[in-house]
Structure formats: structure tokens, C-alpha cells
Design a protein around this ligand. Structure first.
Ligand code: KG4
Ligand code: ZN
Length: 344
């Protein structure tokens, strides 16, 4: 049995977890920083980095206590080494290096996107490679064929905004507060998804990618017109995003008949409309549908510890000089397209 401590600090969540290769989660703690960023209506990178510095040491101690584990019991220290807000990434990575140095245990530098990509396997032991992953978060909107540990083929990405970013911006526009995704989802429950006519960018297109900028501008115009209730705008926007996600995912499924399952991960996967529409798509194609539990969809350290456990088992450990990387694509072969947020 190998026991891995994972640290996540690439955005506005400070998180620490203890996970074994046998999928036992001994402890998982997440400290959000919403109140620090709320006055600004979005994540402020320097405030996030400073908060990680203050929160992380206590959170590590608390995680060890809750897991009933001593530092010496841990087999490897894993931390997100990118992509993300670089100040925060450096805090978590250096903390893991300190733990590795003081215990003599190896360091595993984890790609945050690989954490999301492998997260469904932590709670779904049956899930096997290759699977089609829709990774939808605040900084990314990608379709990846997950072929094996370290092997990811990017089939599509966004040419402008990420889906979560669009949710956050619409929430701001509608005055629904921060973080935006859950607020838009709540407002949408009280609205009519057919009320406001909105575009579905790239839907039906031969191009594989996503686009949400045109949708965002259309929502802005709908708000300015004063014709619609905020709830109806939220519901219509959410429906447009769902339609785009399903259309693009359906196209990708056609391109990878070898995929054994459809999997969704990332913060937007917490959205119930998104989940149920993808589930319907998978079932129409006769494929199993896997969505991690909500706590595993949004940023957390259990997914980093889990990716760390798989890498450690495969002998993929890193030196203490491992760099922090603001940009770190999962598929190095994929061409760069316009857009690309810093969040993952
Ligand atoms: O993966 P994540 O926690 O952080 C990174 O971006 O790496 O994803 C956060 C994103 C935010 O944009 C947030 O608004 C969105 O996921 N999100 C949601 C929901 N919960 C979180 N979007 C739509 N519906 C939700 N229920
Ligand atoms: Zn993330």
C-alpha cells in the first residue's frame, strides 16, 4: 500500500489530502478563499497566493491529524506544479518540496489537468482506459481521449472563453455574486430556458472546438435590453452552454469509437443540467457515463494525491528542482488555439 499526501493551490482553493493507491481517502480538506476575493468579483492572483501561504501549514497539520497519519508514514509528496496562477502554484509546490526534503521521501510534481483527468478513476474502479473526457472548468474546456497515465490526446479546446469562465462572467453581469457557476445554476432553476433566444457558437460545425464569447455578448445585450428576468436569462444561458457541450462531445465521440466511457470532470461538471444532458448522450450511444461526486469535480487535493499515487507507482517521480509552470498542456502535440485562460 502506498500513501500519498497531495497539495493543491493553483487557484483559489487551498487543499490537502491523504490518498492511497488502493483508493482509500484518509482525509481531504479544502479551505476556500471566497470571502477574500468576493469584493473583487473574481480571483485576485496575489491575494490567492498570500492566502495559500497563510492557510497551508495549518491545513497540512489538520489533514495529518484527521487521517491519523505521521509524516513518516507517507510514501511520497505530490503537489500541483501547474498550470494555474503561478504564485499559488509556487506556494504549494515549495511546501511539498519542504516536506520531501525533511522526510527524505520523493516528490511528485502533478499537472493539475491530469489530476482532473484521472479523478473519475478514484471513485470509479471499473473505469478503464481509453475514455473520452470532457474537462470543463474555470480555465479549460477540452475534450481529451485519456489513453493511459501520461497519455492524453486533445480532440478539442475552446477558442476563446472556458465554460466556467462564461458562467462566472454571466453571474457578474446578472449581479448574482461570486463564485458564479453555482449562483447561475440556482437562478436558472427559477427561469425558463426557452425564454431568451441565444446563439450556440460552433454548434454543428465541422471544426471540433468550443466557443463561448459570442454567447456571452448575446447575454450582455439581453441584459441591457431590460426585456428579460434575470432567472430567464440564467436559464436560457445555461441551456445554450449545455447544448454546445453536448453537440461538441457528440462530435468527438464519433471520432473516437475506441472510447469505453464518457467522463466529465472539472468545476462545471458540478452543474446538474450539464451532467444529466451528458448522461443522456452517453446512454444514447450505449456508453457508460461517469461523473465524479461533486466534491471531486471542483478543485481539491484528493485528485492530486491520486494522480501522484499512480505516477509514484509508475516510477514517475521528480527532482526537487521541479519547476512551477503557469502553462502546461496535457497533450504537447496539440496545436495552440486562440484563448487559453490561466485557471485550470
Ligand atoms: O475546476 P474548478 O474548481 O477550478 C478551476 O477552474 O480549475 O472549476 C471552477 C469553475 C468556476 O468557473 C465555477 O463557476 C464553475 O467551475 N462551477 C460551475 C458550477 N460549480 C462550479 N459552473 C456551473 N454550474 C455549477 N454548479
Ligand atoms: Zn481545476
Amino acid at each position: 500500500m502506498s500513501l500519498i499526501l497531495g497539495i493543491e493551490s493553483s487557484c483559489d482553493e487551498t487543499a490537502v489530502a491523504l490518498v492511497t493507491r488502493e483508493r482509500r481517502i484518509l482525509a481531504r480538506l479544502v479551505a476556500g478563499q471566497e470571502s477574500a476575493h468576493r469584493p473583487y468579483g473574481g480571483v485576485v492572483p496575489e491575494i490567492a497566493a498570500r492566502a495559500h501561504v497563510e492557510i497551508l501549514p495549518d491545513l497540512i497539520e489538520q489533514t495529518l491529524r484527521e487521517g491519523g497519519v505521521a509524516l513518516g508514514d507517507i510514501d511520497a509528496m505530490a503537489a500541483t506544479a501547474g498550470p494555474g496562477l503561478i504564485g499559488g502554484v509556487m506556494v504549494g509546490l515549495v511546501a511539498a518540496k519542504g516536506l520531501a526534503l525533511s522526510t527524505g521521501k520523493p516528490l511528485v510534481a502533478v499537472n493539475h489537468l491530469e489530476g482532473h483527468a484521472l479523478s473519475p478513476m478514484l471513485t470509479e474502479p471499473e473505469l478503464a482506459f481509453p475514455y473520452l473526457l470532457l474537462l470543463v472548468s474555470g480555465g479549460h474546456c477540452q475534450l481529451l481521449l485519456v489513453e493511459g497515465l501520461g497519455h492524453y490526446r486533445r480532440l478539442a479546446t475552446t477558442i476563446d472563453d472556458a465554460a466556467g469562465e462564461a458562467f462566472d462572467k454571466i453571474a457578474k453581469l446578472l449581479g448574482l455574486g461570486f463564485p458564479g457557476g453555482p449562483a447561475v445554476e440556482r437562478a436558472a432553476e427559477q427561469g425558463d430556458p426557452k425564454a431568451v433566444p441565444l446563439p450556440r457558437p460552433l454548434m454543428g460545425s465541422d471544426e471540433p472546438h468550443f466557443s463561448f464569447a459570442g454567447l456571452k455578448s448575446a447575454v450582455l445585450r439581453a441584459c441591457e435590453s431590460g426585456r428579460w428576468r434575470a432567472e430567464d436569462i440564467a436559464a436560457s444561458f445555461q441551456q445554450a452552454v449545455v447544448d454546445c457541450l453536448v453537440d461538441r462531445t457528440a462530435r468527438a465521440l464519433g471520432a473516437v469509437p475506441e472510447a469505453s466511457a464518457l467522463v466529465v470532470a472539472g468545476g462545471v461538471a458540478a452543474n446538474r443540467s450539464v451532467r444529466s444532458a451528458l448522461e443522456a448522450l452517453a446512454s444514447a450511444r450505449g456508453l457508460p457515463f461517469v461523473a465524479p461526486p461533486l466534491w471531486l469535480c471542483t478543485d481539491n487535493a484528493a485528485m492530486i494525491a491520486w494522480a501522484g499515487a499512480l505516477r509514484f507507482e509508475a516510477g514517475l517521480i521528480d527532482g526537487l528542482g521541479a519547476p512551477a509552470r503557469a502553462r502546461w498542456p496535457l497533450d504537447p502535440e496539440a496545436e495552440r488555439v486562440r484563448g487559453a485562460g490561466v485557471k485550470a
